[in-house]
Design a protein around this ligand. Structure first.
Ligand code: AMP
Length: 130
């Protein structure tokens, strides 16, 4: 069965899309650690990021870099951080999380609650800077 992220890529499940090309896709995390928390994924469905073929893994980081620059311009933050976890969704992904302090950088913190309109506004601002 296709992963939830493959279903997002295929348009079967809605998302707040940021960008895509032929190999990669970026969209807002639905349960954000901070405003602007974005996931960057390869379209090829592979569970563990470290099982990706070198070229695809390298390209994922280059694509994430472009997204990170766009987040940096769109969201007030000191730094856009990068994390790989993968405990919840078995489809390789990089978390890009804009932060202003280390205190904000914790998956254990209560997640930021945003309305649909707020998600849409954040996504539009990041897209504008991509
Ligand atoms: P992990 O696999 O532990 O790196 O975490 C998966 C991440 O995917 C979590 O931060 C979730 O909030 C996020 N997530 C799960 N389902 C969706 C979805 N439908 N749209 C956006 N983000 C999602």
């Amino acid at each position: 069965m296709a992963s939830i992220f493959t279903r997002i890529i295929n348009g079967e499940i809605p998302c707040y899309k940021i960008a895509e090309d032929d190999r990669y896709f970026a969209f807002l995390d639905i349960n954000p650690v901070t405003r602007g928390h974005t996931l960057v994924i390869p379209k090829q469905e592979t569970d563990n990021i470290f099982d990706l073929e070198d070229d695809l893994l390298g390209g994922l980081h280059v694509f994430a870099k472009k997204v990170a620059h766009a987040i940096d311009k769109a969201v007030q933050c000191e730094r856009v951080t990068m994390a790989v976890v993968g405990l919840e969704v078995p489809h390789a992904h990089i978390h890009l999380i804009p932060i202003n302090s280390m205190r904000e950088y914790s998956f254990a913190n209560p997640k930021v609650q945003l309305s649909k309109e707020e998600f849409e506004e954040i996504a539009a601002n990041i897209r504008k800077n991509f």
